[in-house]
Write a protein that binds this ligand. Sequence first.
Ligand code: SF4
Length: 234
Amino acid sequence: MGELSGRLAGACSAADDTAHAEPGRDCPLCPRLAAFRAANRAAEPSWHNAPVHSFGHPAARLLIVGLAPGLRGANRTGRPFTGDFAGDLLYRTLIECGFASGTYGADPGDGLALAGCMITNAVRCVPPQNKPTPEEVATCRRFLRARMEMLDEMAAVLALGRIAHDSFLAAMGARRSAHPFAHGARHAIRPGLTLFDSYHCSRYNTNTGKLTPGMFKAVVQAVGEHLGAPRASR
Ligand code: SF4
């Protein structure tokens, strides 16, 4: 990941890279999302209502990139994909394919452990109507880039949806025209790093039949076959 270092240095000015991979609770960089966060804190003071940090181990070989926290999912519970339909399908599939162990209980205290993977989002704060603006995606990319920079063993990325795909390519400095998004596609980004695409595992996509559980599992299985068996529960 050395080629990212120069760009990362421009995005992060302080010495502690760990801090830059995960934004603070009151990150002010997206005014619309910060205002939405404040309104949600007032309406639901018991919820997380803050940027949702990545979940997994720093030695992960697979990074899964979603879009953004769901209002009543990760924004409520504080763990990516936890508490809404997308998490039901994602975590069930990860367990079935050996990338997670334990029982998914839709709660950060459920004891579920990831095996060789990490889950993050292209945008760390919940956006209204689940739709971040292109500017918000670009602004939050500094945290995605920092997270990628810290995963020394990252060998595969699974992008859930086109926005995650595009933001990953932008973070890598790769051209979109060379790597068009398509469900089930895989892209050789550089030696030792492959990008896999899936439609997002949202309720909307499954309700409309755009993505079936079987289609989603096939992509995750392909990632597992590409990487070999996860080496340890993490
Ligand atoms: S989306 Fe990202 S950059 Fe924007 S306010 Fe939230 S944490 Fe900060």
